[in-house]
Design a protein around this ligand. Structure first.
Ligand code: URA
Length: 192
């Protein structure tokens, strides 16, 4: 367990705990305000993220930024964004259970330092890992679940929304619910 962000990030960036370290360009540690009380978790870096070292910077990331902006959230100001695995799985396949297992302590440590009031799972992989293994994201997205004092919600993955634009209005509803919950809890660092 690392007690501060700088040592956690430095250690994570040297990680060789699974095979994904072999072909990586960057360890994608995370981005955001370490004081934020709202955390987003995706599944793992894609090609653009691997090249740039930041989560959600491709087309899916641009869509995510639009949803965030629509509810007064911003990746640099009042949220923190991380992933289940920090290195890119080949050809963007789902991270294997053993890769998730090898990597999850980095996310756990980020969670402990951040102590988020709200955690949003971006897509099925994060929701299955962090909320419940049998979650049906198409049915259960937008519903908050209290897990030891953190409210967790899953929403559809931005890449899935690019493939199925018909689901965008439903996803937008999730962000509106998120904003309502943030205001109810008074946990937006930008508004203090
Ligand atoms: N998809 C994810 O789940 N995470 C990223 O960082 C980029 C794409």
């Amino acid at each position: 367990m690392y007690q501060d962000w700088a040592s956690l990030e430095a250690a994570c960036k040297n990680c060789r705990k699974c095979g994904l370290c072999q072909d990586r360009h960057h360890v994608v540690f995370g981005v955001g305000n370490p004081q934020a009380k709202i955390m987003f978790v995706g599944e793992g870096p894609g090609e653009n993220e691997d090249l740039q070292g930041e989560p959600f910077v491709g087309r899916g990331g641009q869509l995510l930024d639009k949803y965030l902006a629509a509810v007064d959230l911003d990746r640099k100001t009042n949220v923190y964004i991380g992933n289940i695995v920090k290195c890119r799985p080949p050809k963007n396949r789902d991270p294997l259970p053993e890769e998730q297992e090898a990597c999850i302590d980095w996310l756990r440590n980020q969670f402990i330092l951040l102590r988020p009031k709200i955690l949003v799972c971006l897509g099925r992989v994060a929701a299955m890992r962090l909320m419940k293994p049998d979650i049906k994201i198409t049915k259960e997205h937008g519903t908050f679940l209290d897990k030891n004092g953190t409210l967790m919600m899953a929403t559809l993955h931005p890449a899935a929304l690019l493939r199925n634009p018909g689901q965008k209005p439903a996803a937008f509803e999730d962000y509106l619910k998120l904003r309502e919950k943030i205001d109810e809890l008074g946990c937006d660092v930008a508004k203090r």
